[in-house]
Design a protein around this ligand. Structure first.
Ligand code: UN1
Length: 502
């Protein structure tokens, strides 16, 4: 069976009509072979405006459905996802090039956030606050916010949408999704799975969850519409620089999850066997195409040779290949542009005095697929391409002598998403986690920078955009807060002792 045929079989099993991905003008490809697997029909500005209006109408009724009842829809969605996991996971691997284990893991991440959101639907708590006035009560209420526009990236084609959608739905908000142009088929399938749940639920308004296939102009229409209360956008810092100011200009709300340039610090006290495995997954997993991928590694002088020689062996021997047909740990880059960007970064590293190990193309299937041996680059200093995020498996390795100084270097990049320290020394660990430590939204100890669970808030500082998604209290971003002061006395005392007697 060709990849295109297998894709069609999976899509039809997942409930996607053939007309949605055949005969259209927008081609979709599998990075596994580079072959075309779909031809979709993009939306037009007119259909986008109509979709926004449907969502705005859906908001008026969905906001009145009790939150635990909204949670029931998400509970059904999790059931559908459990049933669809094998097919949807494989489709993620076909369209994003992930290993099968990572494709399934992505669907598991969707299930996990749904389960979280179901519980949350009974826990959208506001505070009761002591007031300074007798016979008064003060509290806060959390209300649905409005239409949520989700712009997602190719590398987590469905999980990041699910983070946003599961929370938005229990918070009372309709969702309009603009997925990456590189992974539209996975989006069609994931939307179909949610549609099954909505059908079973029965009482959802039309337009509660919509999918808009198309190019950047679709995202732009969402960003510019005052009817879209929140834009949650995942992608490059370049994209965020456009989206953030446009949403702010209309006083809309945004959650930005942008680039990362994540680093690990390996102290002499570290458990090197474990560190090696954590670094390997963090830097080479998903072919270096996670926003949380480990991109910089600082190794303390006394263990530098020991660790780097082991890393070089791991890089030389890690299996690279077709993720659908082999047990390879590293699949393809998403496309030729990603390969070219990787080679340009490696050239820049060489020009800056770096010693590059690996990074060359690996022959695997047709010339239209781009497989590479992950690159380990020894750098004398944090300069040139080390300061940039290149969405490819490149790990820049540097030496350090003191932890205090290397924390400064660690923080001296524009992005601030994820970070790790490897140490068995509690002073080193606590310093890294302290206010004088890592400046990232995620700071880990003895695990890598990637592979976060959904229970924590996910996001980062500085050019990563400052947004938080997924667990903890990220739900508050999808609701509006009202502070309520209630006077149940017969007097009207004013706050701050102000007197105004008429
Ligand atoms: C992303 O790459 O945009 O922590 C999201 C991780 C995953 C999510 C990554 N749970 O690597």
């Amino acid at each position: 069976m060709t990849l295109r045929d297998e894709t069609r079989t999976l899509l039809s099993r997942l409930g996607v009509a053939a007309a949605a991905y055949q005969g259209g003008a927008m081609a979709s490809f599998s990075p596994v072979t580079g072959e075309q697997i779909g031809a979709l029909t993009p939306e037009t500005p007119g259909t986008v405006a109509a979709a926004i209006d449907r969502a705005a109408a859906a908001f008026r009724s969905w906001r009145l459905v009790p939150a635990p009842k909204r949670g029931e829809l998400v509970r059904l969605w999790a059931e559908e996802l459990r049933a669809a996991k094998a097919d949807l996971g494989r489709l993620v691997s076909i369209e994003a090039g992930k290993t099968l284990s990572e494709g399934l893991g992505e669907v598991q991440e969707m299930i996990d956030i749904c389960d979280f959101a179901v519980g949350l639907s009974r826990q959208l708590y506001g505070l009761t606050i002591a007031t300074e006035r007798p016979g008064h009560r003060m509290m806060e209420s959390w209300h649905p916010l409005g239409v949520v526009g989700v712009i997602s990236a190719f590398n987590f084609p469905v999980a990041v949408w699910a983070w946003n959608t599961a929370l938005a739905l229990v918070c009372g908000d309709p969702v309009i999704w603009k997925p990456s142009e590189k992974t539209p088929l996975t989006a069609l399938a994931a939307q179909a799975v949610l549609t099954h749940a909505i059908t079973r639920f029965g009482a959802a308004p039309e337009g509660l969850a919509q999918l808009l296939i198309g190019g950047p102009e679709i995202g732009a229409a969402l960003v510019e519409s005052p009817k879209v209360a929140l834009i949650s956008a995942t992608g490059s810092t370049r994209m965020g620089r456009i989206v953030g100011p446009k949403v702010a200009a209309r006083f809309g709300r945004s959650i930005l999850e942008l680039g990362g340039n994540n680093a690990g610090i390996v102290c002499a006290s570290a458990d090197l066997d474990m560190t090696l495995r954590a670094v390997a997954f963090g830097a080479m997993g998903t072919a270096g195409q996670r926003c949380t991928t480990l991109r910089r590694l600082f190794v303390q002088d006394s263990i530098y040779e020991a660790l780097v020689s082991r890393l070089m062996r791991a890089y030389a021997s890690v299996s690279v290949g077709n993720p659908l047909e082999t047990q390879a740990l590293v699949g393809p880059l998403i496309d030729r542009a990603a390969f070219d960007a990787m080679q340009a970064a490696l050239d820049a590293a060489r020009a800056a005095g770096g010693v590059v190990h690996g990074g060359t193309r690996v022959a695997c299937g047709p010339d239209t697929a781009f497989y590479v041996r992950p690159a380990l680059v020894e750098m004398q200093a944090q300069i040139g391409p080390v300061l940039e995020e290149t969405f490819a498996p490149i790990l820049y390795v540097m030496r350090f002598s003191t932890l205090e100084a290397v924390i400064e270097e660690h923080n001296a990049v524009a992005a601030g998403l994820s970070s790790s320290i490897f140490t068995l020394d509690l002073r080193e660990m606590e310093l890294f986690l302290s206010a004088a430590g890592s400046d990232c939204g995620i700071a880990n100890v003895n695990i890598g920078t990637s592979g976060a669970e959904i229970g924590g808030a996910f996001g980062g500082e500085k050019e990563t955009g400052g947004g938080r998604e997924s667990g903890s209290d990220a739900w508050k971003g999808y609701m509006r807060r009202a502070t309520n002061t209630i006077n149940y006395s017969r007097a009207l005392p004013l706050a701050q002792g102000v007197v105004f007697d008429i």
